[in-house]
Design a protein around this ligand. Structure first.
Ligand SMILES: Nc1ncnc2c1ncn2[C@@H]1O[C@H](COP(=O)(O)OP(=O)(O)O)[C@@H](O)[C@H]1O
Ligand SMILES: N[C@@H](CC(=O)OP(=O)(O)O)C(=O)O
Length: 456
């Protein structure tokens, strides 16, 4: 599909790129992370100014206002959390990569980041494969599952190379092995237990990374998203974040920071089902959504998503290696690109950023000097013709042809009520007097029922 940018009127001047990292290595300033009384006073002052701002701007969405009720936060205070830095699996795939990420965090001593991490490298895929194999292999053969051995070895090697005690990871690895044996025993892997299984990826990467930061003198605190207020629907595998998440996460992260300032290292991708209380996941690539949710909850200055590419590119670099970086995007453009197949961002992740009006910067952790892509409310569209090309595979096209449409009203409404009943999302629509063509979101399963109802 070719996505052409429309040419709306000029909206806002582009925001200049962030300053390049100042230095690599070294230990973060103690002052920036210190829990002084002055810091707390500043925090309260910032809370007051956030309250005033919310009042002035008539901010009715309850985020800043909601936080203020619980003691307040805001991005203005010197000792407040200031940005989200999310690092994807490719950025934390080994001990060497984790050291570089730690260096990146230290290179911005003026920031007080909330760090969001994905699972190391391809751990999520390995966990899914290990789970599938466990269903059919029998309890005694779990220890032979190749993917389980690969991910266990990766985590132990990483801990060793970072000079950390293996106890950092042992409890989680033991629990994971028990879980795989449980799956093998039951010969069953439900969506609910799959979510619990894959959660080990983020639970382990954050524990390892937080321990490493503490070891090098940067005070950090590991946080499981499902324990700090990420409340979701119980749609295992593709859970939606509920509104209650925002005040809960803000209260917890802000409260912890005021009590004992330490960089929060939060598990991406995970939540807690509001009915079941079980661990849920936000859909593949969901750590981006974790990052933007935290950004909105705390009203932070910026959300940074660090990838293995120089930003959002003009097309998938796996298809066209000479793709160029798109320097500026609007939230709507980024959401549309993500929804229509640009794997670089989670399709839902732009929503909290847009609602909170918090710029998202897509950066390359392998090439931090590159300016990346800045996603914000508006950008200069004067010279824009083509923004980016995306490809979406396995799209289902449905053509409905009927002479009963001629001169009638309500035909489209009937067709769309069938989609609604069956929970099917429609991407594109084209109509004429005698036919309707729609393309259906491949992530939703559609069934024969649809054809039968369309015929009726
Ligand atoms: N339009 C695009 N712009 C940038 N990257 C893209 C695009 N389309 C697909 N990609 C792919 O998305 C990858 C980055 O996304 P992802 O793997 O989710 O990163 P991470 O795991 O670090 O969060 C890139 O390595 C690239 O192969
Ligand atoms: N680990 C999860 C969540 C995620 O966001 O990963 P990444 O940031 O590496 O795309 C996944 O693989 O889907």
């Amino acid at each position: 599909a070719l996505r052409f940018a429309a040419t709306p009127p000029r909206l806002a001047a582009p925001i200049p790129p962030t300053s390049a990292p100042r230095a690599h290595g070294g230990v973060a300033r103690a002052g920036a992370l210190g829990g002084t009384r002055r810091g707390r006073r500043l925090a309260m002052a910032a809370a007051d100014s956030a309250r005033c701002r919310a009042k002035r701007e008539g901010d009715g969405d309850g985020v800043i206002a909601g936080v203020a009720v619980h003691g307040g936060t805001g991005a203005e205070g010197e000792d407040q959390l200031s940005v989200v830095m999310k690092f994807g699996g490719s950025s934390v795939s080994s001990a060497a990569r984790m050291k570089e990420v730690a260096g990146l965090i230290q290179a911005f001593p003026e920031e007080r980041p909330v760090v969001v991490l994905s699972a190391m490298g391809k751990t999520t895929n390995l966990l899914l494969l290990a789970g599938e194999k466990a269903v059919g292999c029998g309890v005694t053969r779990v220890s032979e599952i190749e993917e389980w051995n690969m991910l266990r070895d990766l985590h132990i090697k990483t801990v060793d190379e970072l000079g950390l005690p293996r106890s950092v990871i042992h409890a989680k690895l033991d629990e994971l092995e028990q879980l795989l044996k449980g799956v093998a025993m039951m010969k069953e892997l439900t969506l609910r237990s799959t979510d619990y299984l894959v959660s080990f990826g983020e639970c382990m990467s954050t524990r390892v990374f937080a321990a490493y930061l503490n070891q090098i003198g940067v005070k950090a605190r590991q946080c499981d998203a499902f324990d700090i207020g990420f409340i979701t629907t119980d749609d295992f595998g593709n859970a939606e974040i509920l509104e209650a998440t925002y005040p809960a996460v803000a209260k917890r992260l802000h409260g912890d920071w005021i009590r004992d300032p330490a960089i929060p290292i939060v598990t991406g991708f995970l939540g807690k089902g509001w009915k079941s209380g079980a661990v849920t996941t936000l859909g593949r690539g969901g750590s981006d959504l974790t990052a933007t949710t935290i950004g909105k909850a705390l009203g932070l200055r910026e959300i940074q998503v660090w990838k293995d590419v120089d930003g959002v590119l003009t097309c998938d670099p796996n298809i066209y290696p000479n793709a160029r970086t798109v320097p500026y995007l609007t939230f709507d453009e980024a959401a549309e690109l993500a929804y229509f197949g640009a794997q670089v961002l989670h399709p839902q992740s732009m929503r909290p950023a847009r609602e909170g009006d918090i710029p998202v910067r897509v950066k390359n952790s392998y090439n931090p000097k590159a300016p990346g892509t800045l996603i914000a409310k508006g950008r200069d569209m004067d010279k824009v013709v083509l923004t980016s090309i995306v490809l979406k595979s396995n799209v289902t096209m449905l053509d409905i042809v009927s002479t009963r449409m001629l001169g009638q009203f309500g035909f489209l409404a009937k067709v769309f009520s069938i989609f609604e009943d069956l929970g099917i999302s429609v991407d594109c629509v084209a109509t004429s007097e005698v036919s309707i063509s729609v393309s259906l979101d491949p992530s939703k399963i559609w069934s024969r029922e649809l054809i039968q109802q369309a015929r009726a």
